[in-house]
Design a protein around this ligand. Structure first.
Ligand SMILES: [Zn+2]
Ligand SMILES: [Zn+2]
Length: 376
Protein backbone atom coordinates (compact mmCIF):
# COMPACT_ATOMS: atom_id res chain seq x y z
CA UNK A 1 0.00 0.00 0.00
CA UNK A 2 1.13 3.54 -0.74
CA UNK A 3 3.04 4.91 2.29
CA UNK A 4 1.31 8.31 1.96
CA UNK A 5 -2.12 6.71 2.35
CA UNK A 6 -0.96 4.86 5.49
CA UNK A 7 0.28 8.16 6.92
CA UNK A 8 -3.12 9.76 6.31
CA UNK A 9 -5.13 7.06 8.07
CA UNK A 10 -6.40 7.81 11.55
CA UNK A 11 -5.23 4.76 13.48
CA UNK A 12 -7.65 5.40 16.33
CA UNK A 13 -10.96 5.82 14.52
CA UNK A 14 -10.40 3.26 11.73
CA UNK A 15 -9.80 0.30 14.11
CA UNK A 16 -12.62 1.55 16.35
CA UNK A 17 -15.19 1.48 13.54
CA UNK A 18 -13.88 -1.86 12.22
CA UNK A 19 -13.64 -3.60 15.60
CA UNK A 20 -16.94 -2.42 17.19
CA UNK A 21 -19.24 -4.29 14.71
CA UNK A 22 -17.13 -7.45 15.19
CA UNK A 23 -17.30 -7.03 18.98
CA UNK A 24 -21.08 -6.51 18.72
CA UNK A 25 -21.55 -9.88 17.01
CA UNK A 26 -19.11 -11.59 19.40
CA UNK A 27 -20.72 -10.19 22.57
CA UNK A 28 -24.24 -11.05 21.34
CA UNK A 29 -23.00 -14.60 20.68
CA UNK A 30 -21.44 -14.83 24.19
CA UNK A 31 -24.58 -13.38 25.81
CA UNK A 32 -26.92 -15.79 24.04
CA UNK A 33 -24.64 -18.73 24.77
CA UNK A 34 -23.86 -18.01 28.43
CA UNK A 35 -26.89 -16.14 29.84
CA UNK A 36 -29.61 -16.71 27.23
CA UNK A 37 -31.81 -14.00 25.69
CA UNK A 38 -34.04 -11.97 28.00
CA UNK A 39 -36.55 -9.90 25.95
CA UNK A 40 -36.68 -7.26 28.73
CA UNK A 41 -33.13 -6.22 27.73
CA UNK A 42 -34.75 -4.58 24.68
CA UNK A 43 -36.45 -1.93 26.88
CA UNK A 44 -33.25 -0.19 28.14
CA UNK A 45 -31.68 -0.85 24.71
CA UNK A 46 -34.51 1.08 23.05
CA UNK A 47 -34.32 3.88 25.63
CA UNK A 48 -30.55 4.20 25.22
CA UNK A 49 -30.97 4.21 21.43
CA UNK A 50 -33.49 7.02 21.80
CA UNK A 51 -31.53 9.05 24.38
CA UNK A 52 -28.12 8.80 22.70
CA UNK A 53 -29.48 9.27 19.15
CA UNK A 54 -31.67 12.23 20.02
CA UNK A 55 -28.88 13.79 22.09
CA UNK A 56 -27.06 13.97 18.77
CA UNK A 57 -30.02 15.31 16.73
CA UNK A 58 -31.76 17.56 19.30
CA UNK A 59 -28.56 18.33 21.27
CA UNK A 60 -25.35 18.24 19.21
CA UNK A 61 -27.17 19.24 16.03
CA UNK A 62 -30.16 21.53 16.55
CA UNK A 63 -29.19 23.02 19.93
CA UNK A 64 -25.39 23.34 19.94
CA UNK A 65 -24.57 23.55 16.20
CA UNK A 66 -27.47 25.70 15.04
CA UNK A 67 -28.70 27.34 18.26
CA UNK A 68 -32.25 26.78 17.01
CA UNK A 69 -33.64 27.00 20.56
CA UNK A 70 -32.49 27.67 24.10
CA UNK A 71 -32.54 25.43 27.12
CA UNK A 72 -31.22 25.23 30.68
CA UNK A 73 -28.04 23.55 32.00
CA UNK A 74 -29.93 20.40 33.07
CA UNK A 75 -31.09 19.55 29.54
CA UNK A 76 -27.69 20.60 28.16
CA UNK A 77 -25.99 18.25 30.63
CA UNK A 78 -28.30 15.39 29.59
CA UNK A 79 -27.40 15.94 25.91
CA UNK A 80 -23.68 16.19 26.71
CA UNK A 81 -23.70 12.92 28.68
CA UNK A 82 -25.90 10.82 26.39
CA UNK A 83 -24.41 12.45 23.27
CA UNK A 84 -20.99 11.25 24.48
CA UNK A 85 -22.56 7.78 24.78
CA UNK A 86 -23.22 7.87 21.02
CA UNK A 87 -19.42 7.86 20.55
CA UNK A 88 -19.32 10.64 17.98
CA UNK A 89 -16.70 12.65 19.85
CA UNK A 90 -17.33 15.92 21.72
CA UNK A 91 -19.90 18.63 21.03
CA UNK A 92 -17.02 21.02 20.34
CA UNK A 93 -15.54 18.86 17.58
CA UNK A 94 -18.87 17.61 16.19
CA UNK A 95 -20.42 21.07 15.91
CA UNK A 96 -17.29 22.70 14.44
CA UNK A 97 -17.26 20.04 11.70
CA UNK A 98 -21.00 20.39 11.17
CA UNK A 99 -20.92 24.16 10.83
CA UNK A 100 -18.16 23.74 8.21
CA UNK A 101 -20.40 21.21 6.43
CA UNK A 102 -23.14 23.86 6.11
CA UNK A 103 -20.74 26.63 5.14
CA UNK A 104 -18.82 24.65 2.51
CA UNK A 105 -21.47 22.07 1.56
CA UNK A 106 -20.53 19.89 -1.45
CA UNK A 107 -17.06 21.44 -1.71
CA UNK A 108 -13.60 20.21 -0.76
CA UNK A 109 -13.69 21.88 2.64
CA UNK A 110 -16.97 20.15 3.54
CA UNK A 111 -15.74 17.40 5.92
CA UNK A 112 -18.33 14.93 4.63
CA UNK A 113 -18.56 16.15 1.05
CA UNK A 114 -21.05 13.85 -0.75
CA UNK A 115 -19.31 14.46 -4.07
CA UNK A 116 -16.55 12.17 -2.77
CA UNK A 117 -19.11 9.33 -2.75
CA UNK A 118 -21.52 7.61 -0.36
CA UNK A 119 -18.82 5.77 1.61
CA UNK A 120 -16.75 8.90 2.25
CA UNK A 121 -19.75 10.98 3.41
CA UNK A 122 -21.11 8.14 5.54
CA UNK A 123 -18.03 6.95 7.42
CA UNK A 124 -14.89 7.16 5.25
CA UNK A 125 -14.09 10.74 6.28
CA UNK A 126 -13.67 9.52 9.87
CA UNK A 127 -10.88 7.13 8.83
CA UNK A 128 -8.61 9.91 7.59
CA UNK A 129 -6.62 12.23 9.85
CA UNK A 130 -7.95 15.76 9.98
CA UNK A 131 -6.18 18.41 7.92
CA UNK A 132 -3.66 20.27 10.14
CA UNK A 133 -5.32 23.61 9.34
CA UNK A 134 -8.51 22.51 11.15
CA UNK A 135 -6.84 20.65 14.03
CA UNK A 136 -7.85 22.04 17.43
CA UNK A 137 -9.55 25.02 15.82
CA UNK A 138 -13.05 25.17 17.24
CA UNK A 139 -16.08 27.43 17.05
CA UNK A 140 -15.34 30.25 19.52
CA UNK A 141 -18.85 30.54 21.01
CA UNK A 142 -18.81 26.83 21.89
CA UNK A 143 -15.27 26.85 23.23
CA UNK A 144 -16.22 29.55 25.75
CA UNK A 145 -19.07 27.45 27.21
CA UNK A 146 -17.73 25.82 30.42
CA UNK A 147 -20.01 22.74 30.20
CA UNK A 148 -18.99 22.12 26.56
CA UNK A 149 -15.31 22.66 27.42
CA UNK A 150 -15.64 20.18 30.32
CA UNK A 151 -17.23 17.54 28.05
CA UNK A 152 -14.48 18.04 25.44
CA UNK A 153 -11.72 17.63 28.04
CA UNK A 154 -13.09 14.37 29.44
CA UNK A 155 -14.82 13.05 26.31
CA UNK A 156 -13.07 9.66 26.25
CA UNK A 157 -13.85 8.63 29.89
CA UNK A 158 -17.39 10.08 29.66
CA UNK A 159 -18.03 8.19 26.39
CA UNK A 160 -16.68 4.91 27.80
CA UNK A 161 -18.80 5.32 30.93
CA UNK A 162 -22.03 6.19 29.06
CA UNK A 163 -21.57 3.71 26.20
CA UNK A 164 -20.26 0.65 28.04
CA UNK A 165 -19.95 0.94 31.85
CA UNK A 166 -23.48 2.26 32.50
CA UNK A 167 -25.01 -0.37 30.15
CA UNK A 168 -22.96 -3.05 31.98
CA UNK A 169 -24.30 -1.79 35.36
CA UNK A 170 -27.90 -1.82 34.04
CA UNK A 171 -27.25 -5.31 32.64
CA UNK A 172 -25.93 -6.41 36.05
CA UNK A 173 -29.17 -5.35 37.75
CA UNK A 174 -31.15 -7.14 35.03
CA UNK A 175 -29.20 -10.34 35.58
CA UNK A 176 -26.64 -10.18 32.76
CA UNK A 177 -23.63 -7.88 32.45
CA UNK A 178 -22.97 -9.46 29.03
CA UNK A 179 -26.51 -8.58 27.90
CA UNK A 180 -25.99 -4.97 28.98
CA UNK A 181 -22.72 -4.64 27.05
CA UNK A 182 -23.96 -6.54 23.98
CA UNK A 183 -27.38 -4.90 23.56
CA UNK A 184 -27.52 -1.58 25.49
CA UNK A 185 -23.87 -0.84 24.73
CA UNK A 186 -22.62 -2.24 21.44
CA UNK A 187 -25.69 -3.04 19.32
CA UNK A 188 -27.41 0.21 20.31
CA UNK A 189 -24.23 2.18 19.46
CA UNK A 190 -23.96 0.51 16.05
CA UNK A 191 -27.55 1.52 15.21
CA UNK A 192 -27.06 5.11 16.44
CA UNK A 193 -23.83 5.44 14.46
CA UNK A 194 -25.33 4.49 11.12
CA UNK A 195 -28.70 6.16 11.64
CA UNK A 196 -26.96 9.47 12.33
CA UNK A 197 -24.30 8.92 9.62
CA UNK A 198 -27.16 8.53 7.10
CA UNK A 199 -27.82 12.27 7.57
CA UNK A 200 -24.46 13.03 5.96
CA UNK A 201 -24.69 10.35 3.28
CA UNK A 202 -28.16 9.23 2.12
CA UNK A 203 -29.84 12.52 3.07
CA UNK A 204 -27.64 14.11 0.38
CA UNK A 205 -28.62 11.41 -2.16
CA UNK A 206 -32.20 10.20 -1.63
CA UNK A 207 -35.24 12.48 -1.97
CA UNK A 208 -36.40 15.80 -3.36
CA UNK A 209 -35.01 19.30 -3.62
CA UNK A 210 -38.12 21.03 -2.31
CA UNK A 211 -36.66 24.39 -1.33
CA UNK A 212 -33.29 24.74 -3.01
CA UNK A 213 -31.08 23.19 -5.68
CA UNK A 214 -28.01 25.13 -4.62
CA UNK A 215 -26.75 22.07 -2.73
CA UNK A 216 -27.23 18.29 -2.73
CA UNK A 217 -29.35 18.04 0.46
CA UNK A 218 -32.65 16.19 -0.08
CA UNK A 219 -36.03 15.90 1.63
CA UNK A 220 -37.17 12.33 2.15
CA UNK A 221 -39.95 11.02 4.43
CA UNK A 222 -38.33 7.57 4.24
CA UNK A 223 -34.93 8.84 5.37
CA UNK A 224 -36.69 10.73 8.19
CA UNK A 225 -37.74 7.33 9.61
CA UNK A 226 -34.09 6.26 9.85
CA UNK A 227 -32.63 9.53 11.14
CA UNK A 228 -34.82 10.64 14.08
CA UNK A 229 -36.62 13.02 11.67
CA UNK A 230 -33.54 14.60 10.08
CA UNK A 231 -34.53 13.29 6.64
CA UNK A 232 -36.07 16.62 5.65
CA UNK A 233 -32.53 17.72 4.98
CA UNK A 234 -33.21 20.05 2.03
CA UNK A 235 -35.39 22.19 4.29
CA UNK A 236 -32.73 22.04 6.99
CA UNK A 237 -29.91 23.19 4.70
CA UNK A 238 -31.96 26.14 3.44
CA UNK A 239 -33.45 27.14 6.81
CA UNK A 240 -30.74 25.83 9.14
CA UNK A 241 -31.69 27.81 12.25
CA UNK A 242 -35.29 26.49 12.27
CA UNK A 243 -35.81 24.06 15.18
CA UNK A 244 -37.87 21.88 12.83
CA UNK A 245 -36.72 19.74 9.92
CA UNK A 246 -40.25 18.63 9.00
CA UNK A 247 -42.76 21.47 8.93
CA UNK A 248 -46.06 19.55 8.65
CA UNK A 249 -47.62 17.95 11.73
CA UNK A 250 -47.97 14.58 9.98
CA UNK A 251 -44.35 14.41 8.87
CA UNK A 252 -42.10 12.26 11.06
CA UNK A 253 -39.73 14.45 13.06
CA UNK A 254 -39.40 13.09 16.63
CA UNK A 255 -36.51 15.49 17.28
CA UNK A 256 -38.89 18.41 16.68
CA UNK A 257 -41.53 16.76 18.88
CA UNK A 258 -38.97 16.40 21.68
CA UNK A 259 -37.97 20.07 21.46
CA UNK A 260 -41.65 21.16 21.38
CA UNK A 261 -42.40 18.93 24.39
CA UNK A 262 -39.49 20.47 26.29
CA UNK A 263 -41.01 23.88 25.53
CA UNK A 264 -44.41 22.77 26.86
CA UNK A 265 -42.74 21.78 30.14
CA UNK A 266 -40.88 25.10 30.32
CA UNK A 267 -37.54 23.40 29.65
CA UNK A 268 -36.89 24.96 26.20
CA UNK A 269 -37.60 28.42 24.88
CA UNK A 270 -36.93 30.84 21.99
CA UNK A 271 -37.65 28.11 19.43
CA UNK A 272 -36.64 29.58 16.07
CA UNK A 273 -39.20 29.38 13.27
CA UNK A 274 -38.75 30.42 9.65
CA UNK A 275 -41.54 32.76 8.51
CA UNK A 276 -44.14 30.77 6.58
CA UNK A 277 -43.87 33.28 3.71
CA UNK A 278 -40.13 32.58 3.24
CA UNK A 279 -40.81 28.84 3.10
CA UNK A 280 -43.57 29.31 0.50
CA UNK A 281 -41.41 31.63 -1.58
CA UNK A 282 -38.54 29.12 -1.69
CA UNK A 283 -40.94 26.32 -2.60
CA UNK A 284 -42.56 28.36 -5.40
CA UNK A 285 -39.15 29.38 -6.76
CA UNK A 286 -38.07 25.73 -6.94
CA UNK A 287 -41.36 24.78 -8.58
CA UNK A 288 -40.80 27.58 -11.10
CA UNK A 289 -37.40 26.07 -11.99
CA UNK A 290 -39.00 22.65 -12.55
CA UNK A 291 -41.77 24.21 -14.66
CA UNK A 292 -39.15 26.00 -16.76
CA UNK A 293 -37.80 22.63 -17.87
CA UNK A 294 -41.31 21.52 -18.90
CA UNK A 295 -42.00 24.85 -20.61
CA UNK A 296 -38.89 24.37 -22.73
CA UNK A 297 -40.61 21.32 -24.24
CA UNK A 298 -43.72 23.28 -25.25
CA UNK A 299 -42.06 26.35 -26.76
CA UNK A 300 -45.05 28.34 -25.52
CA UNK A 301 -43.89 31.86 -24.76
CA UNK A 302 -47.40 32.82 -23.65
CA UNK A 303 -47.48 30.18 -20.94
CA UNK A 304 -43.95 31.00 -19.84
CA UNK A 305 -44.74 34.69 -19.49
CA UNK A 306 -47.92 33.91 -17.56
CA UNK A 307 -46.15 31.58 -15.13
CA UNK A 308 -43.20 33.95 -14.64
CA UNK A 309 -45.53 36.88 -13.96
CA UNK A 310 -47.70 34.92 -11.55
CA UNK A 311 -44.68 33.65 -9.63
CA UNK A 312 -43.23 37.13 -9.22
CA UNK A 313 -46.67 38.51 -8.21
CA UNK A 314 -47.04 35.73 -5.61
CA UNK A 315 -43.58 36.53 -4.31
CA UNK A 316 -44.41 40.24 -3.92
CA UNK A 317 -47.67 39.41 -2.10
CA UNK A 318 -45.81 37.04 0.26
CA UNK A 319 -43.35 39.85 1.05
CA UNK A 320 -46.20 42.22 1.89
CA UNK A 321 -47.86 39.59 4.15
CA UNK A 322 -44.56 39.04 5.95
CA UNK A 323 -44.06 42.79 6.36
CA UNK A 324 -47.58 43.33 7.74
CA UNK A 325 -47.20 40.45 10.23
CA UNK A 326 -43.87 41.89 11.39
CA UNK A 327 -45.42 45.33 11.92
CA UNK A 328 -48.30 43.84 13.92
CA UNK A 329 -45.79 41.92 16.05
CA UNK A 330 -43.89 45.11 16.82
CA UNK A 331 -47.15 46.80 17.92
CA UNK A 332 -48.07 43.77 20.05
CA UNK A 333 -44.67 43.83 21.79
CA UNK A 334 -44.75 47.61 22.48
CA UNK A 335 -48.15 47.80 24.10
CA UNK A 336 -47.74 51.41 25.30
CA UNK A 337 -47.22 52.85 21.84
CA UNK A 338 -50.42 51.30 20.53
CA UNK A 339 -51.90 53.19 17.65
CA UNK A 340 -55.36 51.73 16.94
CA UNK A 341 -55.73 53.43 13.56
CA UNK A 342 -52.33 52.23 12.31
CA UNK A 343 -53.04 48.69 13.55
CA UNK A 344 -56.41 48.68 11.78
CA UNK A 345 -54.77 49.82 8.54
CA UNK A 346 -52.10 47.07 8.73
CA UNK A 347 -54.75 44.43 9.47
CA UNK A 348 -56.79 45.65 6.51
CA UNK A 349 -53.76 45.43 4.21
CA UNK A 350 -52.93 41.99 5.58
CA UNK A 351 -56.44 40.66 4.97
CA UNK A 352 -56.39 42.13 1.45
CA UNK A 353 -52.99 40.56 0.71
CA UNK A 354 -54.15 37.15 1.96
CA UNK A 355 -57.24 37.21 -0.29
CA UNK A 356 -55.11 38.39 -3.20
CA UNK A 357 -52.66 35.55 -2.56
CA UNK A 358 -55.46 32.98 -2.54
CA UNK A 359 -56.81 34.17 -5.90
CA UNK A 360 -53.36 34.37 -7.53
CA UNK A 361 -52.55 30.89 -6.28
CA UNK A 362 -55.75 29.57 -7.84
CA UNK A 363 -54.90 31.28 -11.11
CA UNK A 364 -51.39 29.80 -10.92
CA UNK A 365 -52.79 26.28 -10.46
CA UNK A 366 -55.03 26.76 -13.54
CA UNK A 367 -52.05 27.88 -15.63
CA UNK A 368 -50.10 24.86 -14.40
CA UNK A 369 -52.97 22.64 -15.52
CA UNK A 370 -52.96 24.20 -18.97
CA UNK A 371 -49.23 23.44 -19.13
CA UNK A 372 -50.03 19.79 -18.41
CA UNK A 373 -52.57 19.83 -21.29
CA UNK A 374 -49.99 21.40 -23.59
CA UNK A 375 -47.57 18.61 -22.72
CA UNK A 376 -50.11 15.79 -23.09
ZN1 LIG B 1 -27.27 21.07 10.34
ZN1 LIG C 1 -26.10 18.05 5.16
Amino acid sequence: MNKNILKKIDWVTLPFFVITPILTVYFIYLYLKIDGFDPYILIPTFLFWLFTGMSITAGYHRLFSHRSYKTGPLVEFFFLMFGAGAFQYSVLKWCTDHRRHHLKVDHDEDPYNINKGFFWAHIGWLFIKEDEKYKDKFAVDLEKDPLIAWQHKYIIPISIFMAFILPAIIGYFMGSVLGGIAFIGLLRMLFVHHMTFFINSLCHIVGFQTYTDTNTAKDSPIMALFTYGEGYHNFHHFFQTDYRNAIRWYQYDPTKWLIKSLELFGMAWDLKLTPQEDILKAKLLMEGKRLDKKLALTNSMELKTKIDNLLSELSVILDSIKKAKKELKIFAENKKKKNELAIFEIKRKLAEAKINFKFKLKEYSYVKKSLQFALA
